[in-house]
Design a protein around this ligand. Sequence first.
Ligand code: NDP
Ligand code: GDP
Length: 323
Amino acid sequence: MTKRALITGITGQDGAYLAQLLLSKGYEVFGMARRSSSSDINTSRLKWLKIDRDVRIVDGNLLDLSGLIRLVQDIKPDEVYNLAAQSFVASSWQQPILTSQVTALGVTNVLEALRLVRPEARFYQASSSEMYGLVQNPIQSETTPFYPRSPYAVAKLYGHWITVNYRESFGLHASSGILFNHESPLRGIEFVTRKVTNGVARIKLGLERELRLGNITAQRDWGHAKDYVQAMWLMLQQDKPDDYVVATGRTSTVRTMCEIAFSHAGLNIDEHLVIDPAFFRPAEVELLLGDPSKAKAKLGWEPTTSMEDMIREMVDADLERLK
Ligand code: NDP
Ligand code: GDP
């Protein structure tokens, strides 16, 4: 029997790579996208991966419970991956209420739809290392206490715990993946890696002279999105649902990541990088460094791409796009 998967957030970075992975495994993939007045749903990432004709796009919004119930009734998915969110930390201070409605309560809407009409479906929640925030341990694992530092992280923490709660209350096969930052040529341009690789490509091609960033001393554990969607799928193949940290176990400063991008393009970082207070955040997450040993031991998951190779791939992709 062909398995059916429903992915919320299909138009985003992870939605595209996860759809590609599931299609390669023979799944029938339904991608939920929210309607907008421009008639075309933004399938540019699916097009980039040449899978836009293979994914069945369905209308839906995390804020609309009755629509979600209808979708689940119609599709009868075996697996549901909840990737949709207001996902940008910096915007969450500008839109804290929307962020909590979508990124927090939206998770309950999906879980309710499953509990009511499809309790046998397996569920994945896209949780985030941002939940560790003001880190309580220099290396963060599944047992490290959380201390969220932005409205986004507070909302994600709710999403994580409601997932755990539905598992414990109703016996749903619901897993929460605590994923550390993961990037790719399909990353949104507002996130720092892509802002840097796109900026470097623009400077290289003479379209721009400077790149303006905020706090470049922040440290992140960056991995490749293509690796990380594998871990999502593996979680739903386990007999028992659980929570897993997905990370590389290495951390680097924003500055180091920038240096790799500039040097790959043959540019001198100090001639172009400008620190701009406008990009500092009201509260910062200074250090993220994940311990992926549980994912390795139980899922057999390991990252395959180094941060250095990924940043070079992203610079090359941005140069190609701009040319
Ligand atoms: P993106 O920002 O690329 O994608 C977010 C998706 O959510 C988009 O498809 C967006 O649709 C959709 N969306 C937003 N609001 C709604 C809504 N109200 N109803 C339905 N869909 C909506 O994120 P990523 O692919 O990078 O990340 C996937 C998930 O993983 C997110 O939940 C993110 O918070 C989480 N995460 C990501 C990490 C990372 O480093 N990438 C790290 C840890 C967690 P539209 O195109 O219409 O805006
Ligand atoms: P996040 O970890 O989910 O917030 O991912 P981002 O890629 O948005 O940010 C990673 C880190 O880069 C944070 O510590 C930011 O403060 C820092 N940073 C520094 N300058 C910038 C910038 O101009 N844009 C973004 N998005 N982040 C920046």
